[in-house]
Design a binder for this molecule. Structure first.
Ligand SMILES: *Cc1c(COP(=O)(O)O)cnc(C)c1O
Length: 426
């Protein structure tokens, strides 16, 4: 890439972080399927262990295949550094581990991926991390929930169960006033649709399992450091601001400046908690990212047509998709992600629970399963699957009432997707 003009998104998606392999000339990034790396000599080993030099020791902490994925994601999000981990949940755990101690609080949007709600409610609580849930659509509610124990604000860019666009800039303003970092889960948008750092976020997390990998074949997660939060001298964040005994009293915020958060996640979080990504999965996600822009545009274009089709269908009582002019999130869609409103959304069937069960059993092209962001079109009826343990009132509150069907629209020919829905609804 030539100096001067910054490369565009598609160019970065294919090239950022990668170069031909220096020993073999291999053009695709090799899968460095090794646990460990030989030291040049004893001094080299000592400098790696002391964080005085960058280099590979052991694949739990760094790996050359995974490093390409990390550099690529930092470039695509516009961050200073990134860390790839074993899953989206691991990304959330490792990111918060660097910020939280028992008794500290997170203010979190109440519209999150269901697995994240479980992780925050049960496991994080058992660490002594308190979560204050607030209305994702109400920035003032975030401000009201902040206390002197708050260490982070957490939301999704396009939020579960799809069809919700978050006003990131308004929530970033609350975080700035409270002097705490804003963490945005950018899984559903990907940096192709929304780049949260441009709207004031400090940290981005991803489930790369979804649209980044994009082919439904690998579980992976990514943390991206925006480099915007000043941790130095801030006693609320001792992992970053206090001397580390195991690293010759080094203070990470002072030594690593605007990528200290990514370093803390790696050399403390990944080192001690351990959810490393396998090099094979890093390779599969990297390969997926090369076509991210093409796929996301097609996902969104197909979703728009499917939403319009469903909105005109007599057996459909409502459609929640921000690409529809009548939708309550249409204006936020035009501000934050004008290229498309994502590919995951819900709609309601006039026939209620039985109609939902009947539709998922009749669909042929759509796969009935609990995932999103695959090339294939996916469908789920939450009331009979993911949300079946909840009471009827809880189901409705969670956006999973008896009539609700969720789609993740794939990149097949849209005529075939619509024809499948047509026969399923007949
Ligand atoms: C799937 C998902 C996660 C969890 O990611 P895993 O890779 O399944 O651990 C987190 N956030 C969102 C928005 C997701 O869709």
């Amino acid at each position: 890439m030539s100096e001067g003009k910054k490369p565009g998104f598609n160019t970065l998606a294919i090239h950022a972080g990668a170069q031909p392999d220096p020993t073999t000339g291999a053009r695709a990034t090799p899968i460095y399927q090794t646990t460990s790396f030989v030291f040049d000599d004893v001094d080299h080993a000592a400098s790696l262990f002391g964080l005085q030099a960058f280099g590979n020791i052991y694949t739990r902490i760094t790996n050359p295949t995974t490093a390409v994925l990390e550099e690529r994601m930092a470039a695509l999000e516009g961050g200073t550094a990134a860390l790839a981990v074993a899953s989206g949940h691991a990304a959330q755990l490792i990111a918060l581990h660097a910020l939280m101690r028992p008794g500290d609080e997170i203010v979190a949007a109440n519209k999150l991926y269901g697995g994240s709600i479980n992780q925050f409610t049960h496991s994080f609580k058992s660490f002594g991390w308190e979560v204050k849930w607030v209305d994702a659509d109400d920035p003032a509610a975030f401000a009201a929930a902040v206390t002197d124990k708050t260490r982070a604000i957490f939301c999704e860019s396009i939020a579960n169960p799809g069809g919700v666009i978050t006003d990131i800039a308004a929530i970033a303003k609350v975080a700035k006033n409270a002097n705490v970092p804003l963490i945005v889960d950018n899984t559903m948008a990907t940096p192709y649709l929304i780049r949260p750092f441009e709207h004031g976020a400090d940290i981005v997390v991803h489930s790369a399992t979804k649209f980044l990998g994009g082919h439904g074949n690998s579980i992976a997660g990514v943390i991206v450091d925006g480099g915007s939060f000043d941790w130095a001298g801030d006693a609320r964040y001792p992992m970053l601001s206090a001397p580390r005994a195991e690293y010759q009293s080094m203070v990470l915020a002072e030594t690593f400046g605007n990528f200290a958060f990514a370093i803390a996640c790696r050399v403390l979080g990944l080192r001690d908690l351990g959810p490393a990504l396998s090099p094979m999965n890093a390779f599969l996600v990297l390969t997926g990212i090369e076509t991210l822009a093409l796929r996301m545009q097609r996902h969104c274009d197909n979703a728009q047509k499917v939403a319009e089709y469903l909105a005109g269908h007599p057996k459909v009582s409502w459609v929640s998709y921000p690409g529809l002019a009548s939708d309550r999130y249409h204006a936020l869609h035009q501000t934050y992600c004008p290229k498309g409103a994502g590919a995951v959304f819900t709609f309601g069937l006039a026939g209620g629970y039985d109609a939902g069960v009947s539709l998922v059993s009749k669909l042929k092209l759509f796969s009935h399963l609990a995932n999103i962001g695959d090339t294939r079109s996916l469908v789920i009826h939450p009331a009979s699957t993911t949300h079946r343990q909840l009471s009827d009132e809880q189901k409705v509150a969670a956006g999973a009432g008896p009539d609700v069907v969720r789609l993740s629209v794939g990149i097949e020919d849209v005529e075939d997707i619509i024809a499948d829905l047509e026969q399923g609804l007949a």
